[in-house]
Each structure stands twice: as structure tokens, then as C-alpha cells.
Design a protein around this ligand. Structure first.
Ligand SMILES: Cc1cn([C@H]2C[C@H](O)[C@@H](COP(=O)(O)OP(=O)(O)OP(=O)(O)O)O2)c(=O)[nH]c1=O
Length: 203
């Protein structure tokens, strides 16, 4: 992987996440990274909009580790949350394989939206920036046996909407409108823009 010169060695990004995808993607920024898994409550009121849900959950995840992150010099905590939205219904991670099959049966052959919320908190000051990004994903029509075979791979189980566009799930997707990394769970260019608000110029 190529790297540009570290833009600001006084900053460490503290990723409040257990997601291996987010851990890999945040490395693209070329800044020092620490991981502090966050276990925030993910319940939200039923009448909240998708945008409000993902922004709130990204904020909760980042807030939950802010205090621990403050021990690191120049820490900026990053939290993120991703949901799939179809016909106004929020699809999170599937509860079991049957739930994954039913989500994918609904998603096949049509478009849906993926919302990702992103929150940066400067640990020392508490200064907070939060926003979200939306990408439209169009899935190929899928036969029942294709869906079942995909679910048997185990890949869908830790992913919102029961698919991973960056893995075998790439074969389920016809096209997207919007940012790819929003679907994977960490909108890299929005993160760079948020960090710009803390005076970091990236790249
Ligand atoms: C739609 C889609 C989702 N996903 C993933 C991104 C997120 O990791 C996950 C949604 O769950 P989240 O609750 O957003 O995140 P998480 O529990 O995996 O990690 P953490 O809260 O610790 O940060 O779905 C993909 O990897 N690819 C995809 O194509």
C-alpha cells in the first residue's frame, strides 16, 4: 500500500469499533490509529429517521470511549454506524440465517439505501462533528438457491442488510449510486472532510 507523508503527527485517530472493515479502511488516512472497541446501546425510538438513527449511534459509539481515549495525546475518536433501508424499514444485522435469507429475498432485484453515520470527537475538548452519507445500491435478481448458498457462506451474519459488497456479496450487486465506502461502513472521504474541521488537511 502506498502512503503519503503523515499529515500531522500530533493526532491519533481512536477508532471506536470492532468492525474489521472499519479498522482496515481508517488506515487509508495515513494517521496513527488506536482501536478501542465501543459497546454502546443501539436502541433508538421507532419513529426516528434513518439519518437520525445512524448519526445518533455513531455519536454514542464515539462518546462511549472518549474518556479512555483522552489518555492518548491528540486523540480524535471516530465512531460509525451503518443500516440498510428498504421501503422505510431499517434492516440491521440478521438475527439468524433464516432472517438473512428473508432480508436478501426482499432486497433482490431492486434498489435500497445504505446509511452510514460518522462522528468525530476531539477527546480532550469534546468538540464534536457528526454527519451521515447515503448510497443507493441496486441488487441483481437472485434465485432462492443463490440466496441460500450465499447465506451458507456465513458472510452475511455480521453485516447490515445481510450482505457484504466488498466480499462475495459483490456478485449480488448490479450497481451503486454514491460512495462505495459508505456501504462498507466507513465513508473515507467524509471522514477526511470531518477531520478538516479539526484543522487537519487530508491528503
Ligand atoms: C451493507 C454492508 C454492511 N457492512 C457492515 C458494515 C458494518 O460493520 C456492519 C453494520 O453494523 P454496525 O452496527 O454499523 O457496526 P459493527 O457492529 O459491525 O461495528 P462497530 O459498531 O463496532 O463499529 O455491516 C459491510 O461490511 N458491507 C456491506 O455491504
Amino acid at each position: 500500500m502506498s502512503h503519503i507523508a503523515a499529515p500531522d503527527s500530533r493526532v491519533t485517530l481512536v477508532l471506536a469499533s470492532t468492525s474489521p472493515r472499519r479498522q482496515q479502511l481508517i488506515g487509508l488516512l495515513g494517521l496513527p490509529v488506536e482501536i478501542i472497541p465501543s459497546h454502546a446501546d443501539e436502541d433508538t425510538p421507532a419513529d426516528w429517521s434513518p439519518a437520525r438513527i445512524v448519526e445518533e449511534l455513531a455519536h454514542r459509539k464515539a462518546s462511549a470511549v472518549r474518556e479512555r481515549a483522552a489518555q492518548t495525546q491528540g486523540a480524535i475518536v471516530v465512531g460509525s454506524d451503518t443500516i440498510v433501508v428498504l421501503d422505510g424499514d431499517v434492516l440491521g444485522k440478521p438475527k439468524d440465517r433464516a432472517d438473512a435469507v428473508s432480508m436478501l429475498t426482499r432486497l433482490a432485484g431492486r434498489g435500497h439505501e445504505v446509511f452510514t453515520g460518522l462522528c468525530c470527537i476531539e477527546a480532550a475538548s469534546g468538540r464534536t462533528v457528526v454527519s451521515h452519507s447515503v448510497t443507493r445500491v441496486f441488487m441483481r435478481p437472485l434465485a432462492e438457491n443463490q440466496i441460500v448458498r450465499y447465506v451458507e457462506s456465513g458472510e452475511p451474519m455480521d453485516k447490515a442488510g445481510a450482505y457484504g459488497i466488498q466480499e462475495i456479496g459483490a456478485m449480488l450487486v448490479d450497481r451503486i449510486e454514491g460512495d462505495f465506502f459508505t456501504v462498507v461502513g466507513l465513508p473515507v472521504s467524509m471522514l477526511a472532510a470531518q477531520l478538516g474541521e479539526f484543522g487537519l488537511q487530508l491528503p
